[in-house]
Design a protein around this ligand. Sequence first.
Ligand code: ATP
Ligand code: MG
Length: 289
Amino acid sequence: LIEEKNVLRLAIQKSGRLHDDSMKLLKECGIDISNGINKLKSEAANFPIELYFLRDDDIPQYVEDGVADIGFVGENVVFEKKKSVEITEKLGFGKCRLSFAVRKGEEFGGATSLQGKRIATSYPVLVQDYLDKYNVKADIQEISGSVEIAPGIGLADVICDLVSSGSTLFMNGLKEADVILQSQAVLITNQNITPIKRAILESLIFRIQAVRKAKNNKYVLMNAPNEALPEIEKLLPGMKSPTILPLAVEGWSSIHVVLSETQFWEIVQDLKKLGAEGILVLPIEKMVL
Ligand code: ATP
Ligand code: MG
């Protein structure tokens, strides 16, 4: 028996929409993979992880088979391939939706209007699941790319494809009609990884969560007259409570607080009205709660 190395083997997309964000996330997690990005395989210098660069379609299979221990891949691909893998963590990038689209002038009459239609898609399994749910029979044309041209060349009446901004549909004279799946990149895991690999995975997930929490939050500083502090404190959630420090100027304080981007915009005008000035918003790099 060959003894397995205690290194977590991670499969990521070789090139395409998920590649750069996958590499960026690892970098933000402090994992240094500067060597051999153009090869099929690469190792981190400072973390027990090895990278395999693959077509995204193949990643669920490799993870199920244990050729890789974990993978970064779109949920849309995981659900389409129906492999037995664990979805361990959402990664927050590669957001898109799988939607039906029809010609611009047409109306979409819901699932039942698909009866007898020709549907072009790269996601035949997900489309079939959807049709089955509504007891609708249609003719699915599986094509691997450029699905949006199918109605224009007479290959299909309707398409079902990934959409993010909708501009590709628009440029091809189509419009989004109905969303069947929301998707983003996820971390998937082989169901039988060893306890040692599971421990490495735990520490990777710890880092990913710290990076993601930090992205959603801002470090906010402001100055305010002391008499406004009670009202201002009521507006601020903070990690525990805001930090309040006296300023050199008599009767004034500096307030430091962690807020989500949304929370910040919701309260910034009220803060100003209460007398807060010099409001600064700084990015946070890592956040461990
Ligand atoms: P590969 O060569 O690895 O098979 P691909 O051409 O199948 O690549 P990409 O177009 O690079 O795949 O998309 C990879 C993933 O990016 C998709 O499966 C999806 O999860 C995500 N994604 C995000 N936005 C979009 C979008 N607008 N269109 C397509 N995919 C998107
Ligand atoms: Mg692919």
